[in-house]
Write a new protein. Sequence first.
Length: 480
Amino acid sequence: MSEQLDPKEEAWTDEFMEKVRAGAYDQPKQSPPTPEEAKYEEIHKRSIVRWFFTDAIEQGTMPVFFNGHNSSALYDAETKIRYQRAGLTQALKSIGCLGISKYDPRLLEIPNGFRFDRPIRVSDFGDECHLCGSKLVAYTDGSAVWMGNPDHPCPFPDGIQSYSVEIDIVSGELLFANDLRAEYPVNDDFDVNLVSEQIRCSQAYAEAGLIHMYVGNTCPGVYQADSPDTLVVGNSPRKANQSQVIKKLYQRRHGSICTDLWWVSICDLADYLARSGETKETYLVKTEDTIVSVRPGRWRATCFSHVVSRNRGMEGHPYLILERCGEVRDGWRAIREWPFRPVEEELQIHRLAYPNLFPTRTHLLAYMFCTIGGSFGWHDGLVVAGGNQYHQAAVRFANGDRAEDDPEAAPVIVHELYSSSALCQIPDDAHPEYLRLALEIADYLLSGKGKDPLGQKAIRLAENAKQRISELLTKTAIQS
């Protein structure tokens, strides 16, 4: 008579499965099992299913389909084999668990020849596809295994070999740094562990004027290629491994990038300085970022890092290649020169960017000159602010959009005025047009048109500001 299952016996060991294969548990029990015995009877059956799939997959009698998930272009033969083995290991772990709480009990009859009409989910365990993010849990019909839902294959079955974004470089100087996102805000979230999300992230920042691409923890160099309009971000391989193609890409080293973030940021230097309010001299004092002189124009960055990092045979392949691909686009040229746009156009663009915040011209002027902690501030004699919304509105303005005053807008209310506000911090080099804007809002505050009258301190500050504005305007008129 066959040995009976001991409830305390571990049902997942190799020794246990040897007994299973030897038929030690083939004889049915003669009496109804106790609850504890029933529990271990189920563990026993699930273990048999697990080993049935393990043997079938390892022997090749049960195919495993990955529905295009975790594919990647440019894989060499060794890398493909490595990933296939990893995928089979993932399949074995997933199918072996039978881990979902409400699994179909008919799964336990698969070793006896039962087949489902269509694949069903059999586990909760599974990694994610590094391309699309789908959960790679196991499905089976009893004759094959699918990793991920068979009805939802990966949208990138051939992998993603590369992707590109473009920005304009007007100044002729490219700035390479670790992280410049603060000056190019994007209102979105990204799961940057997925290649598809890395692409979406890079595209969003390119719309804001920044090349922002993943390169891993590589601290790459910036190199001049054999073409004057081509730059490379990568790590030059050892000379013994340099093909003629690689040699052409790594002609001369300009500098390097510290990648604490595992990404690189690349932009027009003048655009960054205008946004940050810094000068080139002050910026270079505090950083060792790389600056490269290039021909102004439209520049395209193509990223390969997600492929290079997964291929052992791609030593020396660039993470990024930057190439000049055309002239500066007219609409973007105006954006990059925004500090010199006529003041009334500036006001229009700010109002287009935030129509609810600035329903009238006066609402905008009060925010520019009176709000503490806002985005506006004096820079080279102008009261300026940038950001992604501003640049999108600049494109709309260039295409003919205009802001109109809302006749039903509530009156502008300035409850208080502080000595640190822009109205009270007017510099000696303030541009006359911006002095007139400051005078306009000072007159409004002193007229009492808002619902709440200003306190005595605020009135005194507004009067002092108006006097200084008048003195500067008189001085400018005499000089001109």
